[in-house]
Design a protein around this ligand. Structure first.
Ligand code: ATP
Ligand code: MG
Length: 432
């Protein structure tokens, strides 16, 4: 016998028993994004490799070791499965000149690919939903992005998540800070791990993002970007904090917060939980005014965030357990054979009226069909038997303990179903 195939490590099948949780999350996200006037952008999963090396930065975890890159065997083109979607979004916006009529609020949702060590909340194919606000320079849009996410946590009934914010300042201020930081890190050379030594002169800011416990105390005492902030960035940051206070959003200024991607400036933020171990960041974002010109566009302000959808689902489950799976309203039992043609029409008429109807295909004894009907979670079983069919009728058997089994004329069935089915027709039946 040939060997069974397995999915690629770190890439998960989402099975029918849990896919309704994903559908619930996706539906919630779509409605929430629409309520803020964001419009969806769908881009390809494959992009030219150079798009990511240029935007995310050569000396970053993603570009150094996490990208799935290969050469197209036909033309030698270097391609990469997208590790994130901000670069792709900006690429599409520039390619199609979307900013010509004015600023844009965009969102995306879908799989991303990073070659990391798989663990809870960290996978090689994972899903992000993100928003990008392009062409807005002020702190009000930073505040809007944060207020949006705060509303989402409420809508998903997440346990408390902490908002951390910081400002990375303007490029010149970062340059000043960079020199101070390099001098400081050189003074502690013996404490730096191999990766930090390699990054010391290429990307010292990223050393502050290191998760190596042996370096934490040294990192804590390092010079802070906030002390080197330029006036404009300081005012921007203070205005943002004022708006968050006014909106009643609690936050902590974390001077150590730097993002793992090179393109950020000024505001950066993360929503962090302690409930998911080391995979505590459920949402990360900030301002990236430099990215659009870096990718060949006219200087344009930009800000956005990305959320890990697996982490949102994990966090929701930790607090509330699994969402109940949606069940059909009606299970339609039928002995098969000649009656099937009639039973199929009865089932269609129920769906016309909005009832979710599961048709028992393949016949078999009524006893076994009733067992299946019960297991399906349906509210009622509609039994199509020979005798009732002759009278253009069916038998209705309530499955959840309400009422007696009765014969109903086919013409009255759709209206009658409301007596037993708890949900209104066409209601998705989802709670939460
Ligand atoms: P981390 O520090 O956890 O590696 P990151 O800084 O690399 O995160 P971003 O590139 O900012 O993450 O991506 C935004 C969000 O996407 C993260 O906050 C997280 O929720 C989610 N995310 C990132 N990488 C993964 C992954 N490998 N598996 C699952 N979710 C992920
Ligand atoms: Mg990462």
């Amino acid at each position: 016998m040939s060997q069974l195939f397995q999915a690629v490590r770190g890439m998960n099948d989402i099975l029918p028993d849990v896919s309704h949780e994903w559908e619930f999350l996706e539906d919630t996200l779509r409605a929430w994004l629409a309520s803020y006037g964001y419009r969806q952008l769908r881009t390809p999963l494959l992009e030219p490799t150079a798009l990511f090396t240029r935007s995310i930065g050569e000396v970053t975890d993603i570009v150094e070791k996490e990208m799935y890159s290969f050469e197209d065997s036909l033309n030698g083109e270097k391609l990469t499965l997208r590790p994130e979607a901000t670069a792709s979004s900006v690429r599409a916006v520039l390619q199609h000149n979307l900013l010509y009529p004015g600023p844009q609020r965009l969102w995306y949702m879908g799989p991303m690919f990073r070659h990391e060590r798989p663990q809870k909340g960290r996978y090689r194919q994972f899903h992000q939903c993100g928003a990008e606000a392009l062409g807005f320079a002020g702190p009000d849009i930073d505040a809007e992005l944060i207020l949006m996410t705060a509303r989402l946590w409420k809508q998903l009934a997440l346990p408390p998540v902490e908002l951390q914010i910081n400002s990375l300042g303007a490029p010149e201020a970062r340059q000043r800070h960079r020199e101070r930081l390099i001098a400081y890190l050189e003074g502690h050379h013996e404490l730096l791990d191999e990766e930090a030594r390699r990054r010391l002169h290429t990307n010292p800011l990223r050393i502050l993002d290191s998760k190596n416990p042996a370096m934490q105390a040294m990192i804590e005492a390092a010079p802070q970007l906030l002390d080197d902030l330029d006036d404009a960035s300081r005012q921007h940051f203070e205005a943002l904090q004022g708006m968050l206070h006014a909106a009643g959003i609690a936050f902590r200024v974390n001077p150590r917060l730097v993002r793992g991607l090179d393109y950020y400036n000024a505001t950066v933020f993360e929503w962090v939980t302690t409930a998911l171990g080391a995979q505590g960041t459920i949402c990360a974002g900030g301002r990236y005014d430099g990215l659009i010109p870096q990718l060949g566009g006219k200087p344009t302000a930009a800000a956005g965030f990305g959320m890990g959808m697996e982490r949102l689902l994990l966090l929701r489950q930790e607090a509330h357990g699994a969402l109940p799976a949606p069940a059909p309203d009606v299970y339609l039992a039928c002995s098969g054979g000649e009656l099937a043609a009639y039973a199929l029409r009865v089932a269609e008429s129920l769906r016309d009226a909005g009832w979710r109807t599961l048709f028992h295909a393949g016949g078999g004894s009524f006893k076994s069909q009733l067992k299946r009907a019960d297991a399906s979670g349906a509210a009622i079983c509609v039994i199509v038997g020979e005798e009732e069919a002759g009278r253009q009728a069916v038998t209705v058997k309530p499955l959840r303990g309400q009422g007696e089994q009765t014969e109903v004329a086919w013409g009255d069935l759709a209206a009658t179903a409301a007596r037993w089915c708890v949900t209104a027709p066409a209601d998705t039946g989802r709670s939460g």
